[in-house]
Design a protein around this ligand. Structure first.
Ligand code: CP
Ligand code: NVA
Length: 308
C-alpha cells in the first residue's frame, strides 16, 4: 500500500511507472470515457471513498470513472454530512471506519495537516485530491498529456508556467525535479515562491528559472501552463491580486513568441487566459482533462499495490 500526497515524497521511478502504466492502459481501451470495465478488472470489489471539502468537477468525475473502469466502485462522502465536520468525531475514529469499510480514500481539503492526520490513522492509502500546497494527481496527469502530445520524454522539453505561485505550480516544481525537465516560471516579483520552496529548488535542481517578465519566461517553450490567479478559498485582496497579474495574461501575442508550444490549464479558468488562446489550436485543455481518468487509474493501482 502506498499513499499519494505529494510528488516530492514519491520516488521518481514510481512516478515514471505510473505514467508508463497509464499509457498502456489508455492504449488498450477503445472507449475512453465510459464505465466499461477493463478486461483484467484489477480492482474488482474495491471501494474508493472520496470526499471533497472544496468544489470539484474533474477530479470527482475522473476518480469515479477510474475506479469503475478498474472494476471497483466509488462512494463520495459529503463533508457536511459527517460527524467529523461538526467536531462530533475525531479524525482518528473516522479514519478507522474508512479503513474498515473502504480500500482507498481520496481527499480534497483546505488543510495539509488534515491529510497528514488521516495518513497517520488510516490503514488504507490516502490520495491528495488537491490541498493548499499541492495538486499532485493533476500534475502527474499533465506530464502524461505533454508526452502524449509532444511524443517525447518531458525531460527533453521546455516547460513554462505563467501565473500564480500556487498548489498546482508547487506540484509542477516537484515534477520538474522528479522528471528532470526545464521549468521557467513567469510571475510578478512580489509573488515569487517562498523561501522554503526556493530552498527546495536550490537544493535539488538547476533547471528551474524564475522571471518577472512573461516574454522571457515563454522563450523556446514547448508547453505553456497557467492557472487561475485566485485559487479556491484564496484569502487575498482579489482586485489587487488580479491587477498585479494583469501583465501575466496568456494572450495571442504572448503565444506568438512560442509558436510550437501547446497551452495547458488544469481548469476551471479565470481571466488569466484570453478566449482566443483558450479556444485556439495550441490549446489542449480538453484532452488534458479527460486524460486525468487514465492517470488516476494508474495512481489507484500504484496505491493499492497492483501496478504491473
Ligand atoms: N483541475 C481540477 O482539479 O478540476 P476540479 O477542481 O474541477 O476537480
Ligand atoms: N489552483 C487552483 C486549482 C483548481 C483545480 C485552486 O486551488 O483552486
Amino acid at each position: 500500500m502506498k499513499h499519494f500526497i505529494n510528488l516530492k515524497d514519491i520516488p521518481s521511478k514510481d512516478l515514471k511507472k505510473i505514467i508508463i502504466d497509464a499509457k498502456k492502459r489508455k492504449h488498450l481501451r477503445k472507449k475512453l470515457n465510459n464505465l466499461e470495465i477493463d478486461k483484467d478488472a484489477p480492482l474488482k470489489g474495491k471501494l474508493l471513498i472520496q470526499m471533497f471539502e472544496k468544489s470539484s468537477l474533474r477530479t470527482r468525475l475522473s476518480f469515479y470513472l477510474a475506479i469503475k473502469q478498474l472494476g471497483g466502485s466509488a462512494l463520495t462522502l459529503r463533508p457536511d454530512e459527517l460527524h467529523l465536520s461538526k467536531g462530533g468525531e475525531s479524525i482518528e475514529d473516522t479514519a478507522k471506519i474508512l479503513s474498515n469499510f473502504g480500500n482507498a480514500f481520496m481527499l480534497r481539503t483546505d488543510s495539509d495537516e488534515k491529510l497528514e492526520e488521516f495518513k497517520k490513522f488510516l490503514s488504507i492509502p490516502i490520495i491528495n485530491g488537491l490541498s493548499p500546497s499541492a495538486h499532485p494527481t493533476q500534475i502527474l496527469s499533465d506530464i502524461f498529456t505533454v508526452e502524449e502530445i509532444k511524443k517525447r520524454s518531458i525531460s527533453k522539453l521546455n516547460i513554462t508556467w505563467i501565473g500564480d505561485v500556487n498548489n498546482v505550480l508547487n506540484s509542477l516544481i516537484a515534477a520538474s525535479i522528479k522528471f528532470s525537465f526545464k521549468l521557467n516560471i513567469g510571475c510578478p516579483k512580489n509573488y515569487y515562491p517562498n523561501q522554503k520552496i526556493m530552498n527546495y529548488i536550490k537544493n535539488n535542481t538547476n533547471k528551474i528559472f524564475i522571471y518577472n517578465d512573461p516574454k522571457k519566461a515563454v522563450k523556446a517553450a514547448d508547453v505553456i501552463f497557467s492557472d487561475k490567479v485566485i485559487s479556491l478559498n484564496d484569502k487575498v485582496n482579489k482586485k489587487k491580486k488580479l491587477r498585479d497579474f494583469k501583465n501575466f495574461k496568456i494572450s495571442k501575442n504572448l503565444m506568438k513568441l512560442c509558436p510550437k508550444a501547446i497551452f495547458l490549464h488544469c481548469l476551471p479558468r479565470g481571466t488569466e487566459v484570453e478566449e482566443n488562446v483558450f479556444k485556439s489550436k495550441q490549446s489542449k485543455v480538453w484532452q488534458q482533462a479527460i486524460n486525468r481518468v487514465h492517470v488516476q487509474k494508474s495512481i489507484l493501482l500504484y496505491c493499492l499495490g497492483k501496478l504491473r
